[in-house]
Design a protein around this ligand. Structure first.
Ligand SMILES: NC(=O)c1ccc[n+]([C@@H]2O[C@H](COP(=O)([O-])OP(=O)(O)OC[C@H]3O[C@@H](n4cnc5c(N)ncnc54)[C@H](OP(=O)(O)O)[C@@H]3O)[C@@H](O)[C@H]2O)c1
Length: 283
């Protein structure tokens, strides 16, 4: 980042999501201008509406690029087209953040690389914050987490670490060309992760493993659209078949420090009250 790009806003796609809002907060805390790329941003950005792409790139110096769901069919091509447009409009400095170990994710990386961008790539494993800011929060509040995750160990990574790496990459050109695989420091089965959360909240939370078929049937019965059920079963099947059950050193390489432990995450999240039992409805 030179003096000119320092004065230009950094575009943060998914800027209201779990990682994006942390990237926005960190850049803002450093006094760097930011533009949020999301449907609620100004100007509005929508991956599904290409007319909204060019306006968010106008005048920005670099961009944090992340699809809202990088496993959906066509996401790789969409990401590639966006990167091409960014480079064509004079925004070659891109930080691509995506998942780990999925075929779609590798295709997306190739598509973005083909744009000729000055690229840093972050491949993240499952985020710890899925338990507290997203998908599984309500189940933890209700003391039972039922998922088709078996007993495959997973090195959950803290969203704060991902955001720290993204900001390092966006603000320091020495990260151009780097590919960082981001995991936490420990492999944990879902049962072990839930045990850490139980200790942190001081009550028992149970992890109940179910088959992918039962998970899909239960989701469908709850009215989850069939294409979403298909994607969820694809993600659980692909990413938790053991291929990602290994630690990687991306956080250390990018930041020169160890990643945060899941236990520290659980302690801090518990202290915010995010897992307090849900109030019982009075009829
Ligand atoms: N969660 C994980 O464990 C994990 C692990 C590895 C990789 N990933 C990948 O990381 C990415 C982000 O996941 P996340 O869990 O961090 O998501 P998230 O917290 O749910 O955030 C999603 C973001 O996408 C934006 N968004 C949704 N639909 C959009 C659209 N049509 N156009 C533009 N923006 C849209 C949302 O903002 P608005 O609603 O305001 O538009 C929000 O900022 C995904 O590609 C996911 O597959 C996730």
């Amino acid at each position: 980042m030179n003096d000119t790009t320092r004065q230009q806003p950094t575009l943060v796609l998914n800027g209201t999501g779990k990682i994006g809002r942390r990237v926005v907060a960190r850049l803002t805390a450093r006094g760097l201008p930011v533009r949020i790329g999301a449907r609620s941003g100004e100007p509005r950005f929508d991956w599904e509406d290409r007319a909204t792409w060019a306006p968010v790139l106008d005048g920005v110096g670099s961009a944090y690029v992340s699809h809202y769901w990088d496993a959906i069919p066509g996401a790789a091509e969409t990401l590639g087209s966006f990167a091409e447009l960014a480079v064509a409009r004079g925004v070659p400095r891109l930080v691509l953040a995506s998942g780990r170990g999925e075929e779609e994710v590798d295709r997306a990386e190739r598509a973005v690389r083909d744009s000729g961008a000055e690229l840093t790539v972050l491949h993240s494993t499952w985020f710890a914050q899925n338990f507290s800011e997203s998908y599984w929060q309500e189940q933890v509040q209700s003391n039972e987490l039922t998922l088709p995750a078996g007993d495959t160990p997973e090195p959950f990574v803290d969203a704060d670490d991902i955001a720290d790496v993204a900001v390092a990459a966006l603000t320091d050109d020495r990260h151009i060309g780097a590919v960082y695989e981001l995991t936490g420091p420990r492999l944990l089965t879902f049962a072990e992760a839930v045990r850490d959360i139980s200790r942190a909240v001081g009550r028992e939370i149970r992890y109940i493993p179910i088959s992918i078929e039962d998970f899909a049937a239960a989701a469908a019965a709850q009215g989850v659209p069939s294409e979403v059920v298909e994607l969820l079963t694809y993600i659980f099947g692909e990413t938790l078949d053991g291929r990602n059950a290994r630690l990687a050193d991306g956080v250390q390489r990018a930041l020169g420090r160890a990643p945060r432990d899941f236990r520290d995450y659980a302690r801090d999240a518990a202290a915010t009250g995010v897992w307090n039992p849900r109030a019982t409805q009075v009829a």
